[in-house]
Design a protein around this ligand. Sequence first.
Ligand code: ADP
Ligand code: MG
Length: 288
Amino acid sequence: MRFGIVVSDPDDWTAASLGSALRRRGAKTFYLNFSRLSACLDRKFSLASNGVNLLELDGLIVRDLGRRGAHDVAFRFEALQALEELGMPVFNSSSAIARAANKFATSLALTRSGIPTPHTTIATDPEEALQALDNYGRAVSKPLFGYKGRDIELLTSSDRQRLEEIMQRQGLVYLQEFVSSPQPRDIRAFVVGERLMGAIYRVAPPGQWISNLARGGTAAPCEVTPELVDLSVRAARAIRASYCGVDLLETSQGLKVIEVNGTPSGRGLFVAMGLDVTDAIAGLVLES
Ligand SMILES: Nc1ncnc2c1ncn2[C@@H]1O[C@H](COP(=O)(O)OP(=O)(O)O)[C@@H](O)[C@H]1O
Ligand SMILES: [Mg+2]
């Protein structure tokens, strides 16, 4: 079997570890940086990256598509879809990656599946946004395609001007009720197939409330409870992800899911708990 691993960072732990896990199982692996993707439509359709003919692969695992502008992203997505239409297994599927990357699509999928998630409003009209902010009291504004805790802000009713600035820049605002806690942290649960592999707490740095590891959060082992299993497996199903990271907050009404990551890093779980989720992902990919 010949598998492509799509990744832009040559030092990425998850991609390296996925590669070893696949090779241990006898597969051949190719690291593909999609900044080198090209399509040729002259005679016969061909797609290649890093000198590898993608049409000859048995499957693709997407660790990251790489980011530049809207044009590149659209091309890379379309290429994944073309491969899927030709029958190639892609993990996660382009539609799961798209649903997880778009916070509106994720919130919608979670709500439709009856999975507890904080109250959320997406508004394009400043008056409606302000109304939502007044209702929530305190709200978190997140970029629709945000990641690693970037450009997330806490707003209160008095932040009208800031709210308008965000809306002017983005054309809309994604506002979510703020879940406060004395010791800000979230839970990152890792699901492979229909199984919760393990979970870690990510504790925000002192005096802060954003707990992503990329924002200085620290990882600690988290006990797996039936509630955590139920919600994280259902969240993975709602996004139709073969594997994913699920972010949850602890509230007085139980756990609430805030995000599903369709191209998750496995490094946090490995460092905090010695748990290597990439082995299970390799198993799942080769069985399919
Ligand atoms: N509604 C919320 N209430 C309190 N803290 C939040 C809320 N939403 C997000 N956070 C904090 O911000 C972090 C990043 O939010 P998340 O929705 O996971 O976006 P990202 O894609 O940037 O990781 C979370 O890990 C959590 O620490
Ligand atoms: Mg997150």
